[in-house]
Design a protein around this ligand. Sequence first.
Ligand SMILES: Nc1ncnc2c1ncn2[C@@H]1O[C@H](COP(=O)(O)OP(=O)(O)OP(=O)(O)O)[C@@H](O)[C@H]1O
Ligand SMILES: [Mg+2]
Length: 509
Amino acid sequence: MKKRLFYAVLLFCISLSLLGIYSIEKKIIIFPFINKRILALSLTIVFLQLLYLFGKKHQSKAYANVPKKERNKEKQSLKPSVKLVDVAGLEEVKEEIMEIADFITHAEKYKKMGAKIPRGILLYGPPGTGKTLLASALAGETNTEFIASSGSEFMEKYVGVGAKRVRELFQRGKEKSPCIIFIDEIDAIGAKRSEEGQSECNQTLNQLLTEMDGFKLEDDQIIVVIGATNRMDILDAALLRPGRFNKHVYIGNPNKIARKQILQVHTKNKPLSKKVNLEKIAVKTHGLSGAHISNIVNEAALLAVRNNREEITPLDFDNAIERIIAGLKMKNSTISEKEKKIVSFHESGHALVGKLLKVHAIEKISIIPTSQALGYVLNASSEDQFLYTKNDLLKRVKSILAGRAAEEIIFGEVTTGAKDDLNKATDIILGMICEYGMSNLGNRTFDSKMIYGNMEKINDEVKRIIDHCYEDTLKLLQENKKPLIAIAEQLFEKETLSGDELNHLIKTV
Ligand SMILES: Nc1ncnc2c1ncn2[C@@H]1O[C@H](COP(=O)(O)OP(=O)(O)OP(=O)(O)O)[C@@H](O)[C@H]1O
Ligand SMILES: [Mg+2]
């Protein structure tokens, strides 16, 4: 209706302007009320209306590729079919979340006790750990109205648009109260405010802060906001203070028990061979997230189909894990014999030092090139480790540097193949110096400002530790040159060696 009126006024004003121009030009009177003032007025209205249309066209261009349904996503409330049983592990977090749901559904109980209902709960942690899944499961589990949105939906280059959307989101929340508003990837709007006070991001965040204060809520209106992010560190302090996101819940990568439970959830409806042992797979997937694990299960199922199998076998799982960790095998890679030899010694160096220093049990060594590397050593950690001693970290650095050290011992020169290793070793050492107080610079930490001010000292310390580790590794490999050569020769011939074959070689040489 509004649109029709808009176009009718536009048409009327255009006709009036044309008639006005014509009558003034020809010096004739068509309608007595058309004079210069009316002409100027109608021309101004036409100009303003065209300006408005032009602006709108540009604004909708940003959405051009987004389906209309998606554009209105924040206005929809979802009813996901996921339930809390589909979220494996995370027991404490589930309890916390269910408590929130109880606050909402039995608000009276809490009000009687004088307890305030928490305004917001922030789920944070690394990617793929189940934050979004948990929030949708909460919606699926309770009958509370659940309004889902994502931080990026509020980002617009036009100042004020994001803030308006935040207002609309909470307005909808008020209409649907009691309800849960879920804002995924909240860092897109919640990042620390910048100096230029009026930027679009600042306005959107300010609006969110205002809405979360909730002073506009009626007594019986209850809105709980759940936010999810990977980057808690960049969130504005005002957003994190009590009264807004009261509770901060960390969701990390799953431990062995949780990994087994995730495997159980994802293999529930899949035909598994009786030989598949989920416990063993849980051990092999150490350090991986829930998303990785669900991906591995899917990859294993695809491999079983590709090989015309009726059931998923342990081999499918092993291949799937390798694929996810090391990347896709490059069957037609054109690596030369010389390079293959260098890679054999490089990987054997890693495996041997890892084994001798007991850094981790070794599952497999391979020199079949993948999309990510020319060779790799697959570790099999049997236990989750949360604390590392200084010695643990130094041993880890030595096993990482062992590839380059083996190249130097055998070929007398080093290659570019150790680039990733050097990055990893430097990262560990920087952590030791700047985060864990495990260096000659003392029992202290260095934040980014301090790092900037102590660049030279930190550089010297990194060099000292890395040189020391490299010397030790060279010495260890010199002393064990025989097993190094034996492993590398076998690896060159077979292209892959299992952990057992490696142990056997070390024992018998
Ligand atoms: N605890 C879990 N139980 C079952 N499946 C899980 C679990 N954690 C992750 N997954 C699987 O991983 C997928 C991705 O998880 P989700 O999208 O919730 O991760 P996220 O923490 O929101 O990641 P991001 O921070 O990148 O948004 C899920 O759809 C699910 O298949
Ligand atoms: Mg997510």
